[in-house]
Ligand binder design. Structure first.
Ligand code: SF4
Length: 211
């Protein structure tokens, strides 16, 4: 598999935020979001057999793993890697951009699925049928760039009754919207979502890689 980065850090997002976590960043992505902060993962990476990945991971002595990208499902071997990690009793979070069929992700992994808002310029590529395969252990993530993204997200949440199906995360494109502004909107609308900051961008410099 082509791996862009493999490192241990603090999980900065999701309901697992704040916990020590091993990150496996897989090279390659089929989307080109307007605000992408991991463009370096489109091509750069090193070939690693699954066995070597498992060895590196075992050395970190942490049982929470986040498979991210790029887009993990752009590599056909990702489901096998996830299965190996699950067999090793790891808790596996899989961050996916929502454009691939998430049934490729093994059942016991936790899916963290983006729902791309219009300002990303990628919302037309969402695989909307995925919503039917989400569970309460999974999480969907809206990354907002503007008030119109927020209004769009509210409509999607209502249309698909997302809060009855799964957990909902709302965050902002770093530096595009003030967190307090979005929090105010959420409170005014009584929206049943979890607001999140990308913790790692506050702990380290926002552009720092491998943290
Ligand atoms: S899906 Fe993620 S990695 Fe791919 S372009 Fe969008 S933000 Fe970047």
């Amino acid at each position: 598999m082509k791996i862009n980065e493999l490192f241990k850090s603090i999980q900065g997002e999701t309901s697992y935020a704040g916990l020590p976590c091993i990150f496996i960043r897989i090279t390659g992505c089929n989307l080109r979001c307007s605000y992408c902060d991991t463009t370096y993962a489109y091509e750069e990476g090193m070939e690693m057999p699954i066995g070597s990945i498992l060895e590196r991971v075992a050395g970190y002595k942490t049982k929470l793993i986040c498979i991210t990208g790029g887009e993990p499902l752009s590599d056909k071997d990702t489901p096998s890697l996830i299965n190996e990690l699950l067999s090793g009793n790891y808790t596996v979070l899989v961050e996916t951009n929502g454009s691939y069929d998430i049934r490729a992700i093994p059942q016991r992994a936790i899916k963290i699925m983006d729902i791309k808002c219009p300002d990303s310029k990628m919302s037309h590529l969402m695989h909307w049928q995925n919503i039917a395969y989400l569970t309460k252990s999974d999480e969907v993530k809206f990354v907002l760039h503007s008030r119109s993204d927020y209004e769009w997200a509210k409509k999607v949440i209502e249309k698909y009754r997302l809060s009855e199906i799964t957990q909902i995360l709302v965050g902002t494109v770093f530096d595009a919207l003030l967190p307090r502004t979005v929090v105010q909107w959420i409170l005014e609308d009584n929206l049943n979502v979890r607001f999140q900051l990308q913790l790692h961008k506050y702990i380290w410099e926002p552009q720092t890689r491998g943290v």
